[in-house]
Design a protein around this ligand. Sequence first.
Ligand code: PEP
Ligand code: MN
Length: 338
Amino acid sequence: MIIVMNRGATEDQIGAVTSKIQSFGLDANISRGTERTVIGAIGDERKLDPEMFDSLSGVEYSMHIVKQYKIVSRESHRQDSIIDVGGIPVGGTQVQVIGGPCSVETQEQMDSAAQHVGAAGCKLMRGGAFKPRTSPYTFQGNGEEGLKMFRKAADKYKLRIVTELMDARMLDTFLRYDVDVIQIGTRSMQNFELLKEVGRINKPVILKRGMSATVSEWLMAAEYIAAGGNHNIIFCERGIRTFETAYRNVMDVTCIPVLKKETHLPVIVDPSHAGGKAWMVPALARAAIAAGADGLLVETHPNPCEAWCDADQALNPQEFQDLMGSLRGIAEVIGRNL
Ligand code: PEP
Ligand code: MN
């Protein structure tokens, strides 16, 4: 971190800054220019924050010079990390498509969904048992009963399961049903206590981007999980809020290369919650894979018209299978398999 002093800052003011730096166990390096003095904090500057210095008299401004995220950063780990989801790799040359309905509705619906998702070539399946709904009066998910139905359907077709955790108090239940990947939804990306809880366990986590979160806030959210010891994190772009109203969210394709540069962890994309309409999903899905995403999270339902949640954006089994076919061609062109 560097602290730039005001023109004419006094020796006492400089001294106050250096003592503050030293009180955190770092060394202070004073560089006296012709116009200004700049003080460098040498050591683990993540303990420091500009707020600590900007309020001191004589300080013009202060700033970090290293990134605030450490474990998730590519600086700390050059190679791409591959996350092992019960023997299925996420990241690396393989592109993984996670298909399934928005929510777990009935055993028949889940059995049928698992059958078509598996037949299309997926190894992982999605489905929400706990749903974060805008209205408290709409279907909130089947809860634990939903986990049971999901597990049963997925086991029959040897699929790994991905499902959203909204409340840390349900974590033990998730572990009991052996949920393979815990999804943290867009509305929870900055629920720091929840992030810390999933940081303590050793299960892969899909961290969706907050709908108004910057890339840097998203990386810091991942760092919360990683700091607890769980490095099995998969980023998921799901569309951000902008001024545009013609579609549900804007799928931020740009964040894919940016994240791949900033972090060694896999990056997947959810084109369903981005577009919000089934007909948009194939184009967005292809764009995401072409841009280097490591996988997709796609909503598909045995009978979209009857879906209890997000019916408009679910692909039917045939559309889903066709999408998988077209994605294979794109994956191949960029040297990956699907
Ligand atoms: C979901 O994937 O089921 C979901 C609710 O998505 P998001 O958190 O991105 O809105
Ligand atoms: Mn949904």
